[in-house]
Design a binder for this molecule. Structure first.
Ligand code: KIV
Ligand code: ZN
Length: 514
């Protein structure tokens, strides 16, 4: 079909990525990520699972109505209500796609669906027919495809293509496949699905054995022309194939992979940072392409080689993925125009009102910190723009601590537009702050994890705190940054509580449906 060299990039950060524990996002956050994915050059954005909750439906609808270029996919189980709801959410997109799925492995059909193969086949075909009555852009996924009977899989694919599917997706749902075996399966499907020339074959790999990217690349070698990926590889359990790994493998090894993508690779790093900031899921330092150490050369022999010729140890240039070498940027005297120009080079486009908020925060920070770096600016954008319309926000915080005093914290919060103050003690300053926040908000969450790190170098660096909270069986991540680490801890806790509030009305999908 069309250009056989082009690999279609289908990003599911907002759907499968959101199924990472604690990664739920609100509508504004999803819209922000969707716009960034469009600017990155993603072909298809899976915006969510509209039948999962009203919140998901609204977010998918807002994305469909806002984006101008990318295809917008809605995930739907293979049943009529899901497909109607999914279509309703995406029908105003420039190019909407219905993505419907049903499991095809013995194990899933027998125990999860409690259906006979013939019933599954019938339901798959009927669902695709219904979807195709709304749009000619229909994707069908055979869930647990890699553990399905090969011939049954080909029969299902053949039948759904006849029913109107234009993309068929072969998922390695549980991350069980081994590259050689998965490559053979893709080849088998290509050779034994008689009408495969009428559809694009896609793959969707999970990373339970750390093989998601290898499986995806092997699938491309064997005929897959769409890959389903997420930013930073986030997703259910061990995650999905990372977009950055596949795209940069294709770009770095063109002789081996004579393929192209529509991705503007210089936007990879800003997108990775944005997703990490919004979801609160940190990128491990040694993560390929986007980890903090991905381009760091510690060993003397490597540094020597790099000075003589960067190609000795560097297979990609950091600038190619949008990591600017010159990250030291602005200071106290920089104006709004300079700030905005720099924010744009970082891959963000802020409205005038958003810029006003970020500029004010920038000036406050510049009073406390000599040089402002990219990481600081990202944190300001996160705190100032991405966290609008929250239930709880911090107005002020005063803390007394030291080795000869009893730690106490007094705080004023804004709760649904109303100022509320209080003070209490704790075993340490953070315990005191968390005790009073929990009392003022009337929440009873359990703190499962607390991490703190410096955002940049130097003793005047901002502290970055990440917390994982649990309340009534639901977990949420929270993130906060500030030069004062106790304030950063308070902001992270409040952010986590806001996410838990959101989840009360929008239950996470893994608990709701999948
Ligand atoms: O992993 C999986 O099988 C999925 C499908 C819904 C495509 O996410
Ligand atoms: Zn998946």
């Amino acid at each position: 079909m069309n250009d056989d060299r082009k690999i279609i990039i289908f990003d599911t950060t907002l759907r499968d990525g959101e199924q990472s524990p604690g990664a739920s996002m609100n509508q504004a956050e999803k819209l922000r990520i969707a716009s960034q994915l469009e600017a990155l050059g993603v072909d298809v954005i899976e915006a969510g699972f509209p039948a999962a909750s009203d919140g998901d439906y609204e977010a998918v609808k807002a994305i469909a109505e806002t984006l101008e270029k990318a295809q917008i996919a809605a995930l739907c189980r293979a049943n009529e209500p899901d497909i109607r709801r999914g279509w309703d959410a995406i029908k105003d997109a420039v190019n909407p796609r219905i993505h419907t799925f049903i499991a095809t492995s013995e194990l899933h059909m027998k125990y999860k669906l409690q259906m006979e193969p013939a019933q599954v086949l019938k339901q798959a075909v009927e669902s695709v027919k219904l979807a195709a009555s709304f749009t000619d852009n229909v994707e069908f996924s055979a869930e647990d495809g890699s553990r399905s009977d090969r011939d049954f899989l080909c029969t299902v694919f053949e039948s759904v293509i006849d029913a109107g599917a234009t993309t068929i997706n072969l998922p390695d749902t549980v991350g069980y496949a081994i590259p050689e075996e998965f490559g053979e399966l893709v080849k088998y499907v290509m050779e034994n699905t008689s009408n495969i020339d009428k559809a694009v074959l896609s793959v969707h790999c999970h990373n339970d054995l750390g093989l998601a990217t290898s499986n995806t690349l092997t699938a491309i070698k064997n005929g897959a022309r769409q890959v389903e990926v997420t930013i930073n590889g986030i997703g259910e359990r061990a995650g999905n194939t990372a977009l950055e790994e596949v795209v940069m493998s294709l770009k770095t090894r063109p002789n081996f992979f004579p393929h192209t993508t529509g991705i503007d690779t210089t936007r990879i790093y800003p997108t990775s940072r944005l997703v990490s900031m919004i979801t609160g899921i940190l990128v491990q330092p040694n993560h390929a392409i986007v980890g903090a150490n991905a381009f760091a050369h510690e060993a003397g022999i490597h540094q020597d080689g790099m000075l003589k010729n960067p190609m000795t140890y560097e297979i990609m240039k950091p600038e190619t993925v949008g990591i600017s070498k010159n990250s030291l940027v602005l200071g106290k005297h920089s104006g709004r125009h300079a700030l905005n120009a720099h924010i744009q080079t970082m891959g963000y486009n802020l409205s005038d009102d958003e810029l006003k908020v970020v500029f004010k925060k920038f000036k406050n920070l510049a009073d406390k910190k000599k040089s402002i770096q990219d990481e600081d600016i990202e944190a300001l954008i996160n705190e100032g723009v991405l966290r609008s319309s929250e239930v709880f926000s911090l107005e002020y915080i005063h803390v007394l601590s030291g080795n000869t005093v009893f730690p106490t914290a007094s705080i004023q919060l804004n709760i649904n537009g109303r100022p509320v103050q209080g003070a209490t003690a704790g075993s340490g300053p953070i315990d005191a702050v968390y005790n009073i926040i929990s009392k003022l908000t009337g929440t009873k969450s359990e703190l499962l994890r607390f991490t703190i790190s410096a955002l940049t170098e130097g003793t005047d660096a901002q502290g970055e705190v990440t917390v994982r909270l649990k309340e009534d069986g639901v977990t949420a991540l929270g993130k906060g940054t500030d030069p004062d680490i106790i304030t950063a801890a308070a902001l992270a806790y409040i952010n986590g509580l806001n996410r838990l509030e959101y989840l009360k009305t929008n239950p996470p999908k893994e608990q709701a449906l999948l």
